[in-house]
Structures are given as structure tokens and as C-alpha cells.
Design a protein around this ligand. Sequence first.
Ligand SMILES: C[S@@+](CC[C@H](N)C(=O)[O-])C[C@H]1O[C@@H](n2cnc3c(N)ncnc32)[C@H](O)[C@@H]1O
Length: 233
Amino acid sequence: MSEDQKGITFDEAQAAAYDTRFAPLDPIKGALHLVTRLALGRLPPDARVLCVGAGTGAEILYLAEAFPGWRFTAVDPSAPMLGVCRKRLAAAGVLDRCTLHVGRLDSLPPSAPFDGGTALLVSQFITDPEARRGFFAEIADRLKPGADFVSADIAGDMRSPAWDGCMAVWAEALRFVGSSEKQIEGYMTNMGTRVAVTPLPDLAGLIESAGFTPPTHVMQVMHIHAWHARAAS
Ligand SMILES: C[S@@+](CC[C@H](N)C(=O)[O-])C[C@H]1O[C@@H](n2cnc3c(N)ncnc32)[C@H](O)[C@@H]1O
């Protein structure tokens, strides 16, 4: 593991709590999933979709129900997160349409290029810009030319007054889910240190430079942003 990827770990305890801790904020995730579905909507009925940083499988569960012919490859270095993912996919009856890979994308065995891809709420954990570009480039390399891709990340300009306003509302969101003031303080300390907070134009440029069309900004809820791009032809 490189220095830039040591920031936040998704261990057993995190994995066990991940789906319930933020449950009161599920409408935000719901919006992200809906936008992802729409952005990937032109994929063929038998599409193979690469989900990088799939975590406990939230986006796969949503997309698998919406598109019964799609197959998914879930990639995530956290065995505990993918362990929860496996159980949830099995309970939903979609595990036979999924391949789960514990590890980063560079360790996924070679395969035919994918029709589409997602990386939802992942890339902000890679704080070194070059490593982050490499993360997106590896995804682009695994996709068919022109394949649709959705990325969601924490982003923004921490020097702008709008950032502080946004964080004040997000602090309320954290109180809403029952976080202690100490936890909220820790969250805020992580912003720009263990979690990359990149201004939007810079992040769009980084994704494009990794081998995608200029990304379209398709969603913002507070400091959470989603982008749609296509793998460069
Ligand atoms: C905040 S969770 C998001 C999970 C899921 N996409 C969701 O929206 O619920 C971030 C996930 O990214 C994974 N992750 C972190 N660095 C990664 C990397 N370099 N490649 C792939 N996954 C990574 C973590 O292990 C974790 O499961």
C-alpha cells in the first residue's frame, strides 16, 4: 500500500456499521444511484459493469434490480466490506451475476473490456493527485472505448466561503445520524488531509487527463459530487 492510500481504512468494525450508520441519509445515496442509473442507461441489456470501490454493494444492488441482464465485477481492497457485499448480493438473489475481487484494480485478472463502470465515493481517499490520476487511468484502461463511467467524490474549494457553509450543513447531517461532536471534529479534520478535497475544475481535468471525455457534472449534494464521462476512444 502506498503512502497516499493509507488514509482511511475500511476494517471489520467500519464494514459492520457502514450500512446502518448513515441510513438516515439514504435519500442522498438514493439520488446518487438514480443519477448513476440514468448516466449508464444506454448500456446494452447484457452489459458487464466494473464497480471499483464497491464497498458493501449498494450501487450493485440498485443497478442489478434495475437492469436484470447486467453482470457486475466488484473490486475493493477491503475484505470486510466485500464480505458484507457478498452476503447482501446473495440475499438479493443476484450473487450469480457478480464477480467479487478483493484488491485494487491493478490486481484484477485481465478480462474483456467492460461496457461501463462506476467508482462511487472512492477516489477522494487517494490524496496524491498522481496516484488518483492513476486510479482513473486504470479504470479507463479496463473499459471499452466510449463506455460510460460514473464517479462520485467529495470535492470543493476549501478556501471558498461556500465550503464553510457547506460543512456547517454537513455537520448537521452528522448530528442527524447520531455522530458525537468528537466524531464531527474528526470528520472535519480529515477534510483536505486524509481525504482529498479538490476544486471541481481540477478534479474534472484530472479525470479527463486519465483517459476520459471531459466529465459532465451531474450531481451535487453538499460536498458530494458526481460526474459522468466516457472512456476516450
Ligand atoms: C465510502 S466507501 C464507498 C462504497 C460504495 N461505493 C458506496 O457508495 O457505498 C469507499 C470504498 O472504497 C474502497 N477503496 C478505497 N481505496 C480504494 C482503491 N484504491 N481502489 C478500490 N477501492 C478502494 C474502500 O475499501 C471502501 O470500500
